[in-house]
Design a protein around this ligand. Structure first.
Ligand code: GDP
Length: 312
């Protein structure tokens, strides 16, 4: 099959202010296409009429659905209605409007939390819907599974070239560094940095430190998105990751080194661990010819530089 041509196309990045959307905008600047963005003040993606009228007026050729309500393990667990409702609305409105205005290609982004809590490792794409979800993020997961199914349904019924990609845990510039609402890498970068400045003796991390996670630098994801837009056109969603995982304890040690904090680590087991394992099988993407390129320490350092304001 010949590759989809991005050159000269109007590419709408929904969610361009977020970590993933802003990385997609950076990456698309090398593609000779026209990048379209719309701030929340211009179009509220949770409102169907806003989305449909913006899409009618701007007629993109390509849409990347990088807009979502996201957050770390505590945020997901604490705001279930927001995570389920907002994500269902955002994806439904974008996918349906893309169909109505005849978008040539749409890429929907989800997350590895769509897979069953006890999925066999590494997790293959066909593990979807084979068992119960992890409770701490099931609201977000259900919304993202519905997004995959929407893309498949519009492909099946209307022949739309809508594809879905499921990245592992992401990190990098533009992340949310909120002390409690964020994911583990930005959360710990902030906590270690502040502890270093305050001369604190210890830093408290959540859970037991035993869970393993696979982390992908966000600019690598953006590169994979461009690759998939050009080369992938199948109903089944596809995993995007590095194929490697580390324990949260190892991660905390890495963040201690990068931030230069010299005190000790304390583990607060009253906070949830979440799922113990979620390493993805990325062999399908590898066979297509894509792999991640940013070494982990370099990526964490760049995320830290962004947090301390050196460059972002
Ligand atoms: P998850 O993959 O959905 O569980 O996403 P998170 O990035 O929120 O959490 C990953 C793991 O890191 C979990 O086992 C957390 O308990 C652990 N963790 C340790 N310290 C922190 C922290 O300060 N913030 C967050 N979000 N997670 C932490």
């Amino acid at each position: 099959m010949t590759d989809f041509v991005l050159e000269g196309r109007r590419v709408f990045v929904a969610g361009h202010r977020g970590m993933v959307g802003s990385a997609c905008v950076r990456r698309l600047q090398r593609e000779n296409c026209e990048v379209l963005v719309a701030g929340r003040e211009e179009v509220d993606l949770t409102r169907q009429a806003d989305v449909e009228s913006w899409m009618e007026r701007n007629k993109p050729d390509v849409v990347i659905v990088a807009a979502a309500k996201v957050g770390g393990i505590l945020a997901n667990d604490s705001f279930p209605a927001e995570f389920l409702y907002q994500n269902l609305m955002i994806e439904s409105h974008l996918i349906h409007a893309a169909y109505k205005v005849g978008v040539a290609k749409l890429l929907f982004l989800g997350s590895s939390c769509i897979y069953p809590r006890e999925a066999a490792q590494p997790i293959r794409e066909d593990a979807l819907l084979t068992g119960p979800l992890e409770k701490t993020n099931e609201w977000y997961a259900i919304a993202k599974i519905a997004g995959i199914k929407l893309c498949q349904a519009y492909r099946k019924q209307y022949g739309c070239d809508f594809i879905s990609a499921m990245p592992c845990n992401l990190y990098g510039p533009g992340d949310n560094f909120h002390p409690t609402g964020s994911h583990v890498i930005p959360g710990l970068l902030r906590r270690f940095h502040e502890a270093k400045l305050a001369g604190a003796e210890s830093v408290t991390c959540w859970g037991t430190g035993a869970p393993r996670r696979e982390f992908l630098y966000v600019d690598d994801l953006a590169d994979a998105c461009v690759f998939l837009l050009k080369t992938y056109s199948e109903s089944e969603h596809i995993n995007v990751g590095t194929g490697d995982d580390i324990t949260i304890k190892e991660l905390a040690e890495e963040i201690r080194r990068v931030t230069g904090f010299e005190g000790s680590l304390v583990w607060d087991a009253s906070k949830p661990d979440g799922t113990m394992l979620k390493r993805m099988d990325v062999s399908r993407l590898g066979e297509l010819g894509w792999r991640a390129s940013t070494p982990f320490t370099e990526g964490v350092r760049k995320a830290y530089d962004c947090f301390v304001g050196a460059q972002c």
